[in-house]
Design a protein around this ligand. Structure first.
Ligand code: SAH
Length: 216
């Protein structure tokens, strides 16, 4: 499944991401352990180790590796932390969070992707908690979360997600419309307060409301 050829290509990809400015070696090492090709659609499998986003099912995309590294670095995950991921997609980012030792709760609104990601991650022996639902709602029953990572573009930070962030916790989200977003990092400094910083421009598929049985 994961050949020497794949490992070699992956190492090169990781080296190129490092030269693009990712500094956390733990993040790069975690990504070096995840076989991205297993998460790709078969038509794009030969491009698994290029630094690009690709289509997956239901009109969605697997994020560009640099973007995964960038968001994961901003999230600053430590072992055993409880992490909420909104937008499971292919499950690739989920695997990277698991490689960092996080306990991952991940939500997807597209039924097809929700099912597929569980299968892919299960076959690779990765264990996350999967939810089919609307990430705008978060998972109140499992809150608070030490970290919240949103991998789809939202017009603003959803209030419910902020409420489910632990004090001292960090939330990372691309904020904007479908034409482009700013990467936002929110730190919850107390029950009532948070700070917010901006970290450059990105392009994600939109965070949509409600859950979906088929394509949008
Ligand atoms: N982390 C993914 C990126 C997938 S793209 C990966 O590594 O492959 C973003 C995903 O967010 C899509 O699968 C999309 O269906 C999902 N999404 C969009 N709006 C959502 C919502 N409200 N709740 C949960 N998932 C959502």
């Amino acid at each position: 499944m994961d050949s020497y050829r794949h490992k070699g290509l992956r190492q090169k990809l990781i080296d190129s991401i490092r030269t693009k400015g990712i500094r956390h070696e733990e993040v790069l090492e975690a990504m070096n352990r995840v076989p991205r090709h297993i998460f790709m659609d078969s038509s794009f499998i030969n491009f698994s180790y290029t630094d690009k986003a690709f289509p997956i099912a239901a009109g969605q995309t697997i994020s560009q590796p640099y973007t995964v590294a960038f968001q994961t670095e901003l999230l600053d995950v430590k072992r055993h932390m409880k992490v909420l991921e909104v937008g499971t997609g292919s499950g690739y980012q989920t695997a990277v969070l698991l490689e960092l030792g996080a306990r991952v709760f991940t939500i997807e609104r597209q039924r097809e992707l929700f099912l597929r990601a569980q299968k892919t991650l299960g076959e690779l022996n990765y264990h996350a908690k999967f939810f089919y639902g609307d990430g705008y709602e978060g998972l109140p029953a499992f809150a608070p979360f030490d970290r919240i990572l949103v991998t789809a573009a939202a017009p603003e930070v959803p209030e419910k997600l902020l409420e489910q962030l632990a004090v001292g916790g960090i939330l990372v989200l691309p904020e904007g419309d479908r034409f482009g977003q700013k990467m936002i990092r929110v730190v919850r400094t107390s029950e009532a307060d948070h700070t917010r910083t901006e970290h450059g421009y990105f392009s994600f598929v939109p965070l949509l409301r409600g859950k979906n049985q088929s394509h949008d």
